[in-house]
Design a protein around this ligand. Structure first.
Ligand SMILES: [Zn+2]
Length: 181
């Protein structure tokens, strides 16, 4: 059998070898070129997948917040998202979750999907922000009234309402970061 020296490690290999059995380098020029062209693309794909993953996490947290406390009235009651407008925000966060999951995950997120994802998410963030402001004006007005003072002071915002607002505004930021690349 005819042999030649591997140009990369100088070991003896079969003349027709496409890949060196000693160092693993591709000998065939065509295959080498294809591999070189593939590598940077893979890196970009990984970045896109990270973005998709980050957006999905934000949307899932936003949807889960419906089942977390939005307002605590100490020792008396906890108001969950689903007791309030949490069912609306749940479905608003469900839109990006479904779209990001049905899209081809090996490819960059399509612009149309980015756009349709961020609109309901921003609306959910605004709803959460409005609840935040409502809560603050309610507790401050209660605190100014002698009869409701102690009740007003016993009310605090729960983790769920924080998550709605944060997720609602972080997801569009994640989407914009991708669009800039
Ligand atoms: Zn070699």
């Amino acid at each position: 059998m005819e042999t030649k020296k591997c140009p990369y490690c100088s070991e003896e290999i079969i003349k027709e070898a496409k890949k060196c059995k000693h160092c693993g380098e591709l000998i065939n020029e065509q295959l080498r070129k294809e591999k070189v062209n593939e590598e940077p693309k893979e890196i970009i794909d990984n970045k896109m997948n990270k973005q998709r993953f980050a957006m999905l996490i934000a949307a899932i947290l936003g949807a889960l917040s419906t089942f977390l406390p939005w307002v605590h009235i100490s020792n008396i009651r906890t108001i969950y998202g689903f007791d309030n407008v949490g069912l609306y925000t749940f479905f608003l966060f469900l839109v990006p979750i479904v779209l990001l999951l049905i899209d081809d995950k090996t490819k960059p997120i399509r612009k149309s999907i980015l756009l349709i994802s961020i609109i309901p998410t921003i609306i959910a963030g605004i709803i959460g922000g409005q609840k935040f402001l409502q809560f603050n004006s309610l507790t401050s007005s209660m605190s100014n009234n002698v009869f409701t003072q102690s009740l007003g002071n016993s009310m605090t915002i729960g983790i769920g309402l924080y998550i709605v607002v944060v997720a609602g505004f972080i997801l569009p930021l994640l989407a914009l970061k991708k669009a800039r690349i």
